[in-house]
Each structure stands twice: as structure tokens, then as C-alpha cells.
Design a protein around this ligand. Structure first.
Ligand code: C2E
Ligand code: MG
Ligand code: MG
Ligand code: MG
Length: 292
């Protein structure tokens, strides 16, 4: 989390780098200019069908390449962008970039997969979200079924009446809807009944110790069964090891994503993966290891 302390924001660029304090206003104005300066990047992390082992989709994850500080984690700048309202133009940039890529891959004759993107609270409740999505998809000639929106329960719980309305409109347009980070935050089983979602994403905090912690295993197993009874698909997040994968397969989890399969990839590398080239042409180092 980007913690506020006095006039500064504590920023930690990667697991390995030392946190440092940056003037909050500086960071804010840097973020303001990030879009126009082309400092935002979109990475895509493959999702895998556990029945076939094939790539079934991808999640779009935003990156900010700060000219002086290097790669900044979305855990740091998304909350800031949300707070100051920049999330609206940033979210639009993500949508636009995903639609552009999907159209591009289709033109190249690549076997496209649906792409999921994360929607934050302010973006979700913004009056123009539904219209933006419609216009951007139409503008690029991309089928709505190729787009999945990931939302969290806490976001929808803020204003359930409005949330249901927006979700219905998105659903009617043909989009897929996923509930992200399931089991964390304010979970209510009533959400599952009430909100017209297609997919439930099991939070990585449960997956991490699934074979050491009986409680985590129990939660995962029950979640998968419940989701299936409700007609929902299940994606497990944060799969890093084979033993976690084996557990999920035994429990008939539908899809998984995580470092075991692939880290989030640059657009070039992802396109190469779609084209069937496992190595990819991008010589850039694995993203998690590369602070600026
Ligand atoms: P999320 O949507 O739950 O995304 C999953 C996070 O888990 C990503 O972190 C991803 O890189 C990471 N991850 C994937 N596989 C593994 C694994 O095997 N092990 C571990 N330890 N982590 C794994 P990332 O990219 O840092 O994103 C963090 C959060 O920032 C996301 O959580 C999402 O809430 C938010 N975010 C990212 N991109 C966007 C965006 O475009 N818009 C909005 N509103 N939020 C975004
Ligand atoms: Mg997500
Ligand atoms: Mg998640
Ligand atoms: Mg299935």
C-alpha cells in the first residue's frame, strides 16, 4: 500500500528495493502526465484451462514506468489514481489498449482469447463506464464476449442497487463479469446470488498455503463446489507450484493463473505466446526482478 506520511508517499518499487519517500504532490503530477508521456504499460498474464492445459484467457495488469524511479507497482499508484480521480482516464486507457490489441491480433489471424481487466470502485460507479465500454468496443470492432471485467465485492457492496443495475447493462451488452479476490474483504454469499457474474476468482491468499493449511483447503474446496452449484466458473489466482495446481485440479477448479504458468507478459511477448512461440521474442528480464 502507498502509505501517506506527512507530505510524502512511501513507495516500494519491488520486493527487493528499499522503500523510499517521495513527495506526494510530485508523484501526483507525475502520474497526471504518465498517460500523455506514454509511461503506462499493459502486461497480460495467461489464464489456463485446467482440463486441457491450453491458454483460455488473460488478465490485463497495469504498469507504470516512472522515468526516474523505474517500475511502480499498481498497488502503489492505483489507490493514488483512485483518490485523485486519475483512475477514470487511466481506466479508459486500459480499455482502449486492450481493445486495440484484440483487434490487432484478430487482423493478424492470431487465435485470440478473452481479456479480463480490473475495474476500480470509482471507475465502476462513474456514469460513463457503460457507454465508454460500448463505444470503445464498437470503435475497434471487438466482440463484447472477448472482454471480461473484474470487480471486487467491496466495490459492489458500496452501493448494491446501483451496482446491480450497471452489471445488468454490461451483461446485456455481452461482456463477461468476474468477482475478483473472492473471500477477502466484505464477503457476502448474497452477492453471488444477486450480482449477475460469470466467474469467481479465488484470492491468492487461500491458494498460497492450500497444502499446509487445512482451513485454506476447506475454503477453496467449498468455494469451488458452491460456485459450480451456482453455475459459475472458478479461476484460482497466484498458482506458483505444482502441488497447488494438483489440489485445484482434484477439486475440479476450472481455470488458474499464476507464476507456475506464466508471469504477466509484455504485449509483444504475449502476442508471441498466442502465435504459439513459447520463448517469445522479448529479451526483457522477468518483470518481477526488474526495478528501475
Ligand atoms: P489482482 O487483480 O488481484 O491481480 C493479481 C495480482 O497478482 C497481480 O499483481 C499479479 O501480477 C499477481 N500475481 C499473478 N500471479 C501471481 C503468483 O503466482 N504469485 C504472486 N505472488 N502474485 C501473482 P499486480 O499486477 O501487482 O496488481 C496488483 C493489483 O493492482 C491487482 O490485483 C489489481 O487489483 C490492481 N490493478 C492492476 N492493474 C489494474 C488496472 O488496470 N486497473 C485497476 N483498477 N486495478 C489494477
Ligand atoms: Mg484482477
Ligand atoms: Mg485478485
Ligand atoms: Mg469446467
Amino acid at each position: 500500500e502507498a502509505k501517506r506520511q506527512g507530505g510524502g508517499v512511501i513507495i516500494r518499487y519491488s520486493e527487493r528495493s528499499e522503500p523510499r519517500q517521495i513527495n506526494r504532490l510530485t508523484l501526483e503530477s507525475d502520474l497526471q502526465r504518465a498517460i500523455e508521456r506514454g509511461e503506462l504499460r499493459l502486461h497480460l498474464q495467461p489464464q489456463v484451462d485446467l482440463d486441457t492445459g491450453a491458454m483460455s484467457g488473460a488478465e490485463a495488469l497495469l504498469r507504470w514506468e516512472h522515468p526516474r524511479h523505474g517500475l511502480v507497482s499498481p498497488m502503489q499508484f492505483i489507490p493514488l489514481a483512485e483518490e485523485v480521480g486519475l483512475i477514470i482516464p487511466m481506466g479508459r486507457w486500459v480499455l482502449e489498449t486492450v481493445a486495440t490489441q484484440l483487434a490487432h491480433w484478430q487482423q493478424q489471424g492470431l487465435p485470440v482469447v478473452p481479456v479480463a481487466l480490473n475495474i476500480s470502485a470509482r471507475q465502476f460507479l462513474h456514469a460513463e463506464l457503460v457507454e465508454d465500454v460500448r463505444q470503445i468496443l464498437e470503435g475497434h470492432g471487438v466482440a463484447p464476449s472477448l472482454l471480461e471485467l473484474e470487480l471486487t465485492e467491496s466495490l459492489m457492496a458500496r452501493n448494491p442497487e446501483v451496482a446491480v443495475q450497471i452489471l445488468r447493462e454490461l451483461k446485456a451488452m455481452g461482456l463477461r463479469l468476474a468477482l475478483d479476490d473472492f473471500g477477502t474483504g466484505y464477503s457476502s454469499l448474497a452477492h453471488l446470488k444477486r450480482f449477475p457474474i460469470d466467474t469467481l476468482k479465488i484470492d491468492q491468499s487461500f491458494v498460497r498455503h492450500v497444502n499446509e493449511d487445512g482451513d485454506d483447503a476447506a475454503i477453496i474446496n467449498a468455494t469451488i463446489r458452491m460456485a459450480h452449484s451456482l453455475g459459475l466458473n472458478v479461476v484460482a489466482e497466484g498458482v506458483e507450484r505444482e502441488d497447488q495446481l494438483e489440489h485445484l485440479k482434484r477439486q475440479r477448479c476450472d481455470y488458474a493463473q499464476g507464476y507456475f504458468f506464466s508471469r504477466p507478459l509484455s504485449l509483444e511477448r504475449f502476442a508471441a505466446r498466442l502465435a504459439g512461440d513459447e520463448s517469445g521474442p522479448d529479451p526483457a528480464p522477468a518483470e518481477a526482478g526488474a526495478p528501475g
